[in-house]
Design a binder for this molecule. Sequence first.
Ligand code: G6P
Length: 475
Amino acid sequence: MNSVLVASNRGPVSFTVSDDGVLTMKRGGGGLVSGLSGVAGDDGVLWVCAALSDGDRGAVRQAPGGRLDHAGYATGAVRMLDIPPATFHRAYNAVANSTLWFVNHLLYDIPNAPLFGTRFRREWDSYRDYNGAFALALAEEAVHGARVMVQDYHLTLTPAMLRAERPDLRIAHFSHTPWAPPEYFSLLPDEVGREVLEGILGADHAGFLTERWARAFIDCCAALLKADISGNQVTYDGHTTRIGVHSLGVDGDALTARAGEPDVESHMTALRDQVGDRKLIVRIDRTELSKNIVRGLAAYREFLAAHPEWHGRVVHLAFAYPSRHDLPEYREYTAAVLRCAKEIEDEYATEDWDPLILNVDDDYPRSLAAYRMADVLLVNPIRDGMNLVAKEGPILSPHCALVLSREAGAAAELGADALVVNPYDVCETADALHAALVMPDDERRSRAARLAAAATALPPQQWLAAQLDALRPTS
Ligand code: G6P
């Protein structure tokens, strides 16, 4: 039995299975997993996650009680849930990624979507089952009075379900995404919107990355549930949830150490060979609708059109890594990114100047190399919970100027020293790229130093500790 439990859809490891049935384990990716990895492996901590793939299911089925550590894997205590694939698919792809993610990032093409019919109701039932499977596993594993930290939009219903089962537990929920304002959140069917809010309000503490997302959540509770709001507390149905803001930052020392390793150095040499002594504008993203890559490329194109004096003197390195290819919108978006890149190439490339290098295959050491070399870092999401790229860049490149969307959570902490843009305005973004390129060296260095200090203010270990502290009984 465990005194601290973490629950998230994606766990700390994932498995692939080869044709001859051999399982290979690798570390899970993404901001959420790196944020939480700090506690994995500590005594008394159990991580509950879902099997995401056939490889994961293969591993779980050989693990007693789903405990990967009991099957001999060096994961720390991890229980992986083997949720039936059809249920998982509906909960993860249809509800979490195609609905809740879209709502909270304001991604719908409103005249055409969403459309909530009978099919959605079935998908919602699966989401409820999937959340129920987590609540059940947590209820089974937790000692009396244990602290449970439930993560993200995949698991909005779990806190209330768990509280009903185990009122003795102290429960937290953390949203790694933005939160939608009530007018947009109300696109959800009324009963679904209410269930999401009531689900999270089952927790004693609901955490967000910025004041803005926390405020939006509180506004939704007031508008849809008529909950009682007092400062940072929401009381509903006789239970009070404290709302907290924890701005996840970066472990600067660990990142700098990793970026100094030989594989990164050799990528730097290769990139330098490719771009020569030209200035570098870098972006690094998953190919994710909210990241606004197409408008980023359009802004670069506007910049090239307005500033012929930079032709031949600048290169845009755009890394757009594969993401969520099970969803058609993401496949179409990837195609749009490639199309836009080709148009820039066709219009501006010359025999000895490649204005844009677009890479769509994931390569972490190459990303670190690009960070270190960046003169300008472009981070222009439509909306983003935090955006750790904006925080990592200035840590690794002391001469990097940051062009940052005002809609990224990171803008709350980094806005003063970044060039802040409206992500829909590609002319403004193009002007900011230019201003970033011509920024005097001493100014860019002093801004980057302040950005790096802000980016490391709350590293993952402390971020996590603050949330665990918030779960200690107050009286
Ligand atoms: C990003 C978001 C997290 C989310 C994760 C899911 O990292 O910031 O909020 O949990 O994506 O990604 P996945 O690849 O697991 O669907």
